[in-house]
Write a protein that binds this ligand. Structure first.
Ligand code: MN
Ligand code: MN
Length: 466
């Protein structure tokens, strides 16, 4: 083999595009940073399994960095570090920059902190044949069969008869009991296994096993249910009727763990979309740019961004208007000059299911955070489709800071699709593009991401805000 580079090889290097594996490209120091950053993320995942907990955990981290609570009407000045809490389920963490807000606009990163899960119904508790169960209604797009036969934890809030609120979190601490959704033994599964996977387990079979010990009283009826009620009363002061005004969710009781002999990957519940929310948060907390930067950590993305805590709610627009007002700027002018990264996960190319991907335009694991110019389904339906000009601008910012990144599409054109919060931000006259971490087994109870892609996402956010 000749050592000399041929003309064709030189031209290839100059003209052709090739993705790079970030682990391969990173210096020893950067590699250390990749692994160190993952430790903080794993701690965040374990502390923040629901949107309420993600909101609280984000606020705690912000407070540690000297951020204080902002309420509509509060005065603001350059250098202020603030967080705005929306109903305990979403939070906007922001820092006021030194640049003229009307001319410079906001730099926004929007991510979501809700994740697919199994919600408990309003009248859930019943007893049947030696067991007590809670009826459920699943939240978000799940493969129902994946949620059976795994340890589950219960998280949530209950508003009691007197209006006071108690928080529930059982199944996370060492020594806590966990909960469970029954599946059928294979010996009797002949009919079940012959049907479609969508019907392996049906919605009304997703009942959470919560007890088996009868209350000690010969005269009482439904003794297992009664015993569960007495424990709930003792622990939380609640009666059965209090389930009516409760929000309790069953989530996988697994903790975030390193995956692989080399620890390159992280397995966890809820990477979608905390793998973007955590970098968004930490990028704002550690940011010292001249721009006014916002990390919007919103709720309800998994069910269409609806309600008072989803990004379609006017509260986020109101907040940006209030910030503009407090800084003496016209919101119309501010938003016209604002830019947003809508940061949500994308599907990582999986060689085990190669048939649903178009490889050249899929996100390859560890090749960095993935920019999706458009999302949507079929003919880009439901996508905000960012302009070449804006993508070019973002590309330049990444290039300047040496960010390893790639572009991606969710799957083959006709294979399905998806969308996220980008289009709702774009509606405000704010240039917006999707950027997020590739995930293996998205929406499964335990998902996989690469530590390199997590860190690339963080670096991309810092570059975007610079
Ligand atoms: Mn998502
Ligand atoms: Mn999702």
């Amino acid at each position: 083999m000749s050592e000399k580079t041929t003309k064709g090889q030189a031209l290839q290097k100059e003209l052709a595009y090739k993705k790079v594996n970030y682990f391969e490209k990173a210096s020893a120091e950067e590699k250390r940073a990749i692994f160190d950053y993952a430790e903080g993320y794993k701690a965040f995942l374990d502390a923040a399994k629901t949107e309420r907990e993600a909101c609280d955990t984000s606020v705690s981290l912000a407070k540690e960095k000297g951020f204080t609570e902002y309420k509509f009407g509060d005065p603001l000045k350059a250098g202020d570090k603030k967080y705005f809490i929306n109903r305990g389920k979403s939070v906007v963490v922001f820092r006021v920059g030194t640049k003229n807000l009307e001319e410079d606009g906001f730099r926004i990163i929007a991510s979501h902190i809700d994740a697919p899960r199994i919600d408990i119904k309003q009248n859930p508790l019943y007893e049947a044949d030696g067991m007590a169960f809670l009826k459920t209604h699943y939240y978000g797009g799940i493969k129902k069969y994946q949620w059976t036969a795994i340890p589950l934890a219960l998280h949530g809030a209950v508003v009691l008869k007197d209006g006071s609120k108690v928080n529930i979190r059982v199944g996370e601490e060492e020594g806590d009991p966990v909960f469970y959704i029954n599946d059928l033994l294979p010996h009797l599964g002949q009919e079940q296994m012959g049907g479609s996977a969508a019907k392996l387990i049906e919605g009304e079979q997703l009942n959470v096993l919560v007890g088996g010990l009868p209350f000690e009283d010969e005269e009482a009826s439904d003794k297992i249910k009664l015993n569960v009620l007495s424990i709930l009363h003792e622990k939380y002061g609640m009666c059965e009727e209090d389930f009516l005004s409760a929000e309790i969710s069953a989530v996988p009781a697994f903790r975030a763990r390193d995956v692989g002999f080399d620890r390159a990957l992280i397995g966890a519940y809820g990477h979608d979309d905390r793998v973007c929310a955590y970098p968004a948060l930490t990028a704002v907390l550690n940011n010292e740019s001249e721009h006014t930067v916002l990390a919007m950590l919103v709720d309800k993305e998994e069910i269409g961004s609806e309600g008072t805590t989803g990004i379609q709610c006017k509260v986020y627009e109101d907040l940006m208007e209030e910030i503009s007002l407090a800084l003496g700027a016209s919101f119309r002018k501010v938003r016209a000059n604002s830019k947003c990264l809508s940061s949500d996960v994308t599907a990582a190319y999986d060689p085990n299911f190669a048939g649903v991907y178009e490889k050249n335009n899929s996100a390859i694991l560890s090749c960095g955070t993935a920019l999706c110019k458009f999302t949507g389904a079929r003919g880009k339906s439901g996508s905000s489709d960012a302009s070449a000009e804006f993508v070019g601008e973002v590309r330049l910012a990444f290039q300047k800071e040496g960010v390893v990144w790639q572009t991606a599409e969710l799957g083959k054109v006709d294979a399905g699709g998806g969308g996220t919060v980008a289009k709702f931000v774009a509606m405000l006259n704010i240039d917006t593009v999707d950027l997020g971490v590739p995930v293996i087994s998205m929406h499964a109870p335990w998902e996989i991401v690469s530590k390199a892609d997590l860190y690339s996402n963080y670096r991309a956010f810092l570059a975007f805000m610079k």
